[in-house]
Write a protein that binds this ligand. Structure first.
Ligand code: ZN
Length: 106
């Protein structure tokens, strides 16, 4: 990989991180893929569960823990906000956005 591309990737990571911090996120990870996925940008946002959360440890039909309505709404909000921030910051958009946003509520 050339130095120029490496520098662009470093800038992209720093810009997305800065934009997420500006949006109020503190627990974040931003990085690029490796190998054949080297152009992919991976963003992880960890956020606090909303007040009044009633999530249970019961598993649903898909083997996932049951998530309450508040958390589902919060997850969607963080996910869409994260995507908007990546699009606005990097210009990645369209059919082949080449990024993913992971949201974890704790
Ligand atoms: Zn919940």
């Amino acid at each position: 990989m050339t130095t120029i591309i490496r520098t662009m990737r470093t800038h992209e990571t720093a810009n997305v991180k800065a934009a997420l911090v500006t949006a109020g996120y503190t627990d974040i990870k931003v990085g690029h893929g490796t190998g054949t996925a080297w152009s992919w940008l991976h963003v992880k946002i960890v956020a606090t569960k909303p007040q009044g959360c009633t999530c249970t440890s019961t598993m649903n039909d898909y083997g996932q823990r049951e998530t309450c309505q508040l958390c589902r709404a919060a997850w969607r909000e963080h996910y869409s906000k994260g995507g908007d921030i990546v699009r606005a910051t990097t210009g990645r958009h369209g059919e082949r956005e080449n990024f993913n946003v992971q949201v974890e509520l704790i």
